[in-house]
Design a binder for this molecule. Structure first.
Ligand code: FES
Length: 191
């Protein structure tokens, strides 16, 4: 019987003996202590990194929320683009405006687009064509007797510029017109 307990003097191969010795050898005490006594330095670093990331995430959340809040407030008050106001020098915008006809012009500044329309009862009206919501161009829908903003379905009264539907927060600024012997003049803005 061999030292491996095999009959007939048979011996296990040397590799098997070494593996068996390794499997039964106890861990060095220092290593066992390290494994069981809490997180390693690497684990602690990872945990701290996660805390910083969480802080950064929260900071980002606050910044994004603030931006959204500002954007919502800006939309509500219509501050993105405002039509110029006040009395500019009179400006001739057309020779005549016939019933059902629309004239595009700018007033009081070159960057203040406006429209003048002759309604079916003969009244001549003009408004800023900049929607008071997010500044899209409004269109005259004479078939529906109102002005429309196609961006978010804003609807304005064609005679007064008041908001009839949709998100626009304010009426369209009205442009004052005068019909003179030599044509139609814009002379000021209301609102
Ligand atoms: S931009 Fe006109 S309704 Fe929104």
């Amino acid at each position: 019987m061999s030292e491996d307990g095999l009959p007939g003097g048979t011996q296990r191969p040397r590799r098997h003996r070494i593996e068996r010795e390794r499997a039964t050898r106890p861990f060095p005490s220092g290593l066992v202590g390290t494994e069981l006594s809490g997180p390693t330095t690497r684990e602690r670093n990872l945990t701290q990194g996660a805390v910083v990331s969480r802080r950064e995430y929260l900071r980002m959340l606050v910044v994004v929320s603030g931006g959204l809040l500002f954007g919502t407030g800006a939309v509500a008050t219509g501050i993105f683009r405002k039509h110029g106001s006040g009395e500019g020098p009179p400006k001739r915008i057309a020779g005549t405006v016939e019933v059902g006809e629309l004239v595009n012009f700018s007033y009081p500044g070159g960057d203040d687009p406006a429209i003048a329309m002759r309604l079916t009862d003969g009244e001549l009206v003009a408004f800023s064509s900049v929607c008071t919501h997010l500044s899209c161009a409004v269109l005259w829908r004479k078939d529906r007797n109102h002005l429309e903003c196609p961006c978010h379905d804003g609807v304005f009264d064609q005679r007064t510029g008041e908001v009839l539907a949709g998100p626009p927060p304010r009426p369209l600024p009205k442009i004052k017109l005068e019909e003179r012997a030599d044509g139609v003049y814009a002379t000021g803005t209301d609102g």
